[in-house]
Design a protein around this ligand. Sequence first.
Ligand SMILES: [Zn+2]
Length: 240
Amino acid sequence: MKGRFFDLMRCSLSGLRDLFFERSCAVCGGTLASEEHLVCDRCRSDIPLTYFWNYSENAAMERLFDCRVSNAAALFFYRHDSPYCEIVRKFKYGRRRDLGLWAARLLGSYMAGGGLYGKVQAVVPVPLHPLKRWKRGFNQAEIIARGVAQKLGGLAVAGNLLRRRRYTSTQTRRSAQSRRRNVSGAFSLNAQQAARLKASGINHILLVDDVLTTGATLKECIRLLQPHFIVSVATLGFVE
Ligand SMILES: [Zn+2]
């Protein structure tokens, strides 16, 4: 009798959960089975992973080569016609923080398993301009930083080390040259915060963003960080 009561409770609780939470796969849109969460098992097993976390020489590294980055990783290949882009799109524009955090934790687990990121001591998100952050309600890079930091052994997230000085329009439809111009001088380093981190023994940081396209934004941030820190990089998506 007692068992049946708990079964009933469990059923009604999962029914309630289905009412309040998204119950379709964020990638294929199919209905999720009751034991599946956010992304269905089939889509999870088919993610076009980059495996960059296993290699110190990879395509992400090559793109950031002139910045002398220590290591660079990305979770999956971001192809504009691929349904997996939905993970980033729904996260950024559909305010699905749960999806971003899930993908970030997945990336963090792979990075921890690969063994190349054991020397990272803090995670730094690429900042959003305060106005853009206010409009979106959150900074997507900060959520990715949190998920990755968790899986890299509970590292600190240094959210205010970099600042966005200029409001830049979206990079999405810009050429490589125009992207560089658009972000040139857009960031500044919080020198006090950098000194505090250095004083607490932090020398190696992981810079985090949502998608690595031409690398213009990341390079601009790395340029500011490099006089003070060894820099590694991680993103969710990598545009081939
Ligand atoms: Zn699916």
